[in-house]
Write a protein that binds this ligand. Structure first.
Ligand SMILES: Nc1ncnc2c1ncn2[C@@H]1O[C@H](COP(=O)(O)OP(=O)(O)OP(=O)(O)O)[C@@H](O)[C@H]1O
Length: 314
C-alpha cells in the first residue's frame, strides 16, 4: 500500500505537485494518469525519496521509503529506461544491482527470462532499442521480488506485442497481491490494464476512482448539432441548461452539446424556429472522457460565453 498525503512540490514559480492525496492499495493495478507535465514523475520520485517534497508525506506500507534498509526488496521502480550505462551488458547491469542489494545471483537470469531479454543478456545496452531498454527497466524493478512496484510510462517504445505482454505482467503482479502503480498520459493504455485510476492535472488530483466508475463517466452522451444559426441555437441551449462547445473549423457550424437529449434539442430548435442540419447523439470514448476531464470540462459553459471554444476533431 502506498499512501500519499498532502504532497506538494514547488520548483521556483512552478507548482509541479499541489496538495496531492491518494492511496494505492495492494492486489490491484492503479493507473496514474495525467497529461504531460501533470506532475506524475515528480510524484513517483517523491514516493521513492529521490525528490524532497516541499510539503506533505508519502509512505510505503506505513513507513517513508527512505527508512527502508533493503530498497529493492520493498519497492521496484522503472523511472527512466535510459538511465543505464550504455557500455554494460544487460546481465552485468542487473548483476551489479543484485550484488549491491544483497540479492541472489539467480534473480538476474530469472528476470531476464521474465522480460524476454535472455537471448540478448550479454549485448551492450547501448545497442538496445527503446523497447528493449523498457524491458530491462522492468527487469530491474522486478529484481528484488518486491511487494510494491512503480512504473513510469512503461509502454513507451514497446511494440503491440510488448504492450500486451506488459499488461499481462502487471495483471499477474497485482493478482499475486502486490501494489502496482503505473503512470501514463494515455487513457487507452490504462483501460484494459488498470483496476483503479488516480487522475492528475496541473499537479492536482482530479479523480480517484475505479475504471468502472470512470467508464460510467465516459459513457456520457453528447449531441452533435449542425445549424446555419449556431449563435442563436447555442444561446437557446445554454439557457436551457446545456453545456455547448463549437466543433470543427468553419463551414457549417456544429455544436457539441451535453446536458440535453437529442429529442429535447430538436424540440427547442423547432420551438424557436431554428433550422437544424444535423442532430446526432454520440457516446464519448474513455479517451475523450479523460481528455475532457483533464482539460477542465467546467470551462465549456464559460467558453461559449467568451466565444466558442474550439475543439479538435469529432
Ligand atoms: N527538476 C525540475 N526543475 C524544475 N521544474 C521541474 C523539475 N522537474 C519537473 N519540473 C516541472 O514540474 C512539472 C511536472 O513535471 P513532471 O515531469 O512531474 O510531470 P509528468 O506528469 O511526469 O509529465 P511527463 O508525462 O511529461 O513526464 C512540469 O511543469 C515540469 O516542467
Amino acid at each position: 500500500m502506498i499512501e500519499v498525503n498532502g504532497l506538494t512540490k514547488r520548483y521556483g514559480d512552478v507548482l509541479a505537485v499541489s496538495d496531492l492525496t491518494f492511496t494505492v492499495p495492494p492486489g490491484q493495478v492503479t493507473g496514474f494518469l495525467g497529461p504531460n507535465g501533470a506532475g506524475k514523475s515528480t510524484t513517483l520520485r517523491m514516493i521513492l525519496g529521490l525528490t524532497r517534497p516541499t510539503a506533505g508525506t508519502t509512505t510505503v506500507d506505513g513507513r517513508p521509503f527512505t527508512q527502508r534498509q533493503a530498497g529493492l526488496h520493498h519497492v521496484g521502480a522503472l523511472l527512466d529506461a535510459g538511465d543505464v550505462h550504455p557500455g554494460r551488458s544487460a546481465a552485468a547491469h542487473l548483476a551489479a544491482l543484485a550484488r549491491g542489494n544483497g540479492l541472489p545471483r539467480r534473480r538476474v537470469r530469472e528476470v531476464l527470462d521474465e522480460v524476454g531479454l535472455a537471448a540478448v543478456a550479454r549485448r551492450r545496452v547501448g545497442g538496445f532499442s527503446l523497447g528493449m531498454r523498457q524491458r530491462l527497466g522492468i527487469a530491474t524493478a522486478l529484481l528484488g521480488d518486491p511487494p510494491v512496484l512503480l512504473f513510469d510510462e512503461p509502454v513507451n517504445g514497446l511494440d503491440p506485442e510488448g504492450v500486451r505482454w506488459v499488461r499481462r505482467l502487471f495483471r499477474r503482479l497485482a493478482a499475486e497481491g502486490r501494489t502496482v502503480l503505473v503512470s501514463s498520459h494515455l487513457m487507452s493504455e490504462m483501460q484494459n490494464t488498470a483496476d483503479r485510476l488516480v487522475v492528475v492535472g496541473r499537479g492536482e488530483l482530479i479523480a480517484e476512482e475505479t475504471v468502472a466508475e470512470f467508464a460510467a463517466r465516459g459513457g456520457r452522451t453528447r449531441v452533435m448539432v449542425g445549424s446555419p444559426q449556431p449563435d442563436r441555437l447555442a444561446a437557446v441551449l445554454t439557457d436551457a441548461g446545456a453545456a455547448v462547445a463549437a466543433v470543427g473549423d468553419g463551414g457549417s457550424a456544429v455544436l457539441a452539446v451535453t446536458g440535453l437529449t437529442a429529442a429535447r434539442i430538436g424540440e427547442l430548435a423547432h420551438h424557436q424556429r431554428i433550422v437544424l442540419h444535423e442532430l446526432t447523439a454520440r457516446t464519448a470514448s474513455l479517451e475523450e472522457a479523460f481528455m475532457e476531464l483533464t482539460a477542465g470540462s467546467a470551462d465549456y459553459r464559460a467558453g461559449y460565453r467568451a466565444g466558442y471554444r474550439a475543439e479538435e476533431g469529432r
